[in-house]
Each structure stands twice: as structure tokens, then as C-alpha cells.
Design a protein around this ligand. Structure first.
Ligand code: TRH
Length: 351
């Protein structure tokens, strides 16, 4: 089938990160995808080689002389341009209109996933818009997991990749990757890491800038040393996550990719002024730590809350039980149908 995917880059890299990954996943399954995006600049480093079957188009200014494709995916409620929606309403048969929502572990997601919303007014009057919620359970739209991902991860040679990036990991050194927003807990994190031989790989932007400010020119403290990374392609960002012993991620897409890495991870939820991110954090931790026993689980919850604004000392739980839990969590998620597969069967069912 042919898919139109609309992406509006609000801020950070997640909008384009999720949209690109989904477009490339659908195209890899033989679908034809047209990605309409208002700011494609991040794709230059995120996906320098593009993807076969994905055509990137500038967000239409006013009307655009194209026939809408079979399926139109509006991501994160980005509101496709009215002239395009009018063409959708005029098309026979009408395209399937899906609104792909933000990822959350909160209970409302299962209640809302897959519901139709009849469009009563405006250019789309008469059309049905379907709400599609990604999620962590069988009663949601699932998570993006392109075919062969976990097999590729199993076959990956971390030492070789680090060497290829001129990153010399010392024997016995713990590797930690850092991708975060502005975080007042960063100095406490560095202090918690400094008591064990650690190589901290700080990603471009907020992470590198805060690490450089905290550590100064030496980029070292105690047994901790830090390296700043350039922009990595999405493929290499996965390789970074697969090479580390602990990944600090943020937002939505890297959060999911850290879970597919099967390695201990710490999530920096996108801070929202009304504190809504706390509910997202609690909901995820409740699912993620469900059934986890022992002191490490309590330390893990504490650490997550402190990394997301709660006061207090940062203490890392022991890595081994944490790693076992994250591998089991990855296996549990992999048992659910992934988002691309679900979108395809939803489209076939509705068309
Ligand atoms: O950039 P983010 O913070 O984006 C977030 C999310 O979209 C969130 O839903 C939204 O509410 C908020 O913005 C406004 O984090 P996220 O979602 O992890 O997206 C980052 C993308 O960038 C992801 O696809 C990974 C990719 N990436 C690279 O490809 N290379 C890199 O070097 C880095 C640092 C990231």
C-alpha cells in the first residue's frame, strides 16, 4: 500500500526520529511511503543515506497537487494542511486516516487505542480519524521494532564498533552513554559514576555541554573519564546503546531503543510544566519494575525518580541484576506485535 506520513518538528529530535524510523520500517516491508516534514534538516545526520521506498517531501504550503495515498498517518496530532485534508475527503475510496499518538505506559492508552473519531466539521468532514497509541502491552499499538533488529543486536561486535569510532575502552572500564535534557542531577550522576572506572560517552547537545561544564577541560573526575560524541546516525545511535553497560536516554524514540538494547537504562522524561511527565514516569516504572524483587528494584526506582527531579543522593543499583531484568523486559516486549506490523494489519483490515 501507499502511505502519507505527516511530521511537524516541534522541538528536539523525537518527532523526526520516530517518523523517520516508522517510514523506513514500512518501506522495508515493501510499502511506498511519502514523508511530509516541515524541517528535514536532522535527517542529514540521522539518516544520511535515506531509505529505499521513502520519499521526503517538504510540508505543503497551501494546496499541493497530489492525490492522497491509501493511508494517511498524522503523527502526534500535527494537523495536516487543510487543502490536503480536503483532497482526502474528496478521494474515493477515502484514505484511512490514522493519528499516531505519543508513547505512554499510562492506563488511558489501552482504553483509547484503536478508537475512531468521526470528523464532523472542517475540510475533513465525513472522514473517520482513527487513534493509534503505541504502548508496552498487547492492548496497544506496540512499539517500533523493525524486522531483524534483535538478531542484528545479537550479532553486533561492540568492541569493534567502539574501535571504529576511535573510542579506546580500557580493560574493565564500564561504558555509560548519556543522552538527556538540561538536568540539575547531572553533577550527582557524575559523582556516583566516579567511584568506578567509567567511560562516559556524552551525546551531542545538552549532554556534552553539561558534562564539559561539570568536568572542565580535563573531562575526567576520579575513575570517570568522558568523551563527547558528534551527531550519530540512528543506526550508530543504536550501536552506541548496544556497546554500553548503562544507557541514559530521553524523550520517546531513544527510550524505546534503549529497551531493545536489553541493557540497564535510565530515562529522562521530557519535563512538562504541569508535571505530566511524572505520571508518565510512574506509569512506566510500575510496569517495568512489576515483579522485580530485591533491593536493586527499589534502588532503581529511587535512581529514576532522582534523575527526574526528586531530591536526594544518586546511587546506582548493582548492574548484574539490573541487566538481567532489562534483558527479560526486552524479551517480554518482543513477544508483542510491533507497531509496523500492527499498522499494516490495521490498514488491510480497514481498507
Ligand atoms: O530528541 P528527543 O528529546 O525528542 C522528544 C520526543 O519526541 C518526545 O516525544 C517529545 O515530547 C519531545 O521531544 C518534545 O528524544 P527522542 O524521542 O529520543 O528522539 C531523539 C532521536 O534522535 C532518536 O531517534 C535518536 C536520535 N539520535 C540520533 O540518531 N543520533 C544522535 O546522535 C542522537 C543524540 C539522537
Amino acid at each position: 500500500m501507499k502511505w502519507d506520513l505527516f511530521c511537524r518538528v516541534v522541538d528536539n529530535f523525537g518527532d523526526v526520529g520516530v517518523c523517520w524510523r516508522l517510514a523506513a520500517d514500512l518501506a522495508a516491508r515493501g510499502e511506498q511511503v511519502r514523508l511530509w516534514i516541515d524541517d528535514a534538516s536532522a535527517l542529514a545526520w540521522m539518516a544520511p543515506h535515506g531509505a529505499r521506498g521513502v520519499e521526503v517531501r517538504a510540508w505543503p504550503q497551501g494546496d499541493v497537487d497530489v492525490e492522497p495515498f491509501d493511508v494517511v498517518i498524522e503523527t502526534f496530532g500535527c494537523d495536516p494542511p487543510a487543502p490536503f485534508v480536503a483532497r482526502m475527503a474528496a478521494r474515493r475510496p477515502a484514505p484511512l486516516w490514522i493519528n499516531l499518538e505519543y508513547l505512554s505506559a499510562e492506563p488511558y492508552v489501552e482504553r483509547s487505542h484503536g478508537l475512531p473519531s468521526p470528523q464532523s466539521g472542517g475540510p475533513g468532514a465525513g472522514l473517520l480519524k482513527w487513534f493509534f497509541y503505541p504502548g508496552f502491552t498487547a492492548y496497544t499499538g506496540g512499539l517500533i521494532r523493525e524486522q531483524g533488529l534483535l538478531q542484528r543486536r545479537q550479532a553486533f561486535d561492540a568492541a569493534e564498533w567502539l574501535r571504529s569510532r576511535s573510542i579506546a575502552r580500557r580493560p574493565g572500564e564500564r561504558v555509560v552513554s548519556l543522552f538527556c535534557y538540561e538536568n540539575p542531577a547531572l553533577p550527582a550522576l557524575l559523582a556516583a559514576l566516579a567511584d568506578t572506572q567509567t567511560l562516559l560517552l556524552a551525546t551531542v547537545g545538552h549532554a556534552s555541554r553539561q558534562v564539559a561544564t561539570a568536568l572542565g577541560a580535563s573531562m575526567a573526575r576520579g575513575a570517570l573519564r568522558a568523551v563527547t560524541l558528534p551527531h550519530l546516525s540512528q543506526l550508530d545511535f543504536d550501536h552506541l546503546l548496544w556497546s554500553a553497560d548503562l544507557n541514559l536516554v530521553r524523550g520517546e524514540d531513544s527510550f524505546v531503543r534503549a529497551q531493545w538494547a536489553g541493557v540497564p537504562f535510565l530515562w529522562h522524561a521530557y519535563p512538562q510544566h504541569d508535571g505530566a511527565h511524572q505520571a508518565k514516569l510512574d506509569a512506566f516504572l510500575t510496569r517495568h519494575l512489576d515483579g522485580a524483587s530485591g533491593a536493586w528494584a527499589l534502588r532503581c526506582r529511587d535512581l529514576w525518580l532522582r534523575w527526574n527531579g526528586a531530591a536526594g543522593q544518586l546511587q546506582l543499583p548493582p548492574l548484574e541484576p539490573w541487566r538481567a531484568h532489562c534483558q527479560a523486559w526486552c524479551d517480554k516486549l518482543a513477544a508483542h506485535q510491533d507497531l509496523g506490523t500492527q499498522l499494516l494489519s490495521f490498514a488491510r483490515e480497514k481498507s
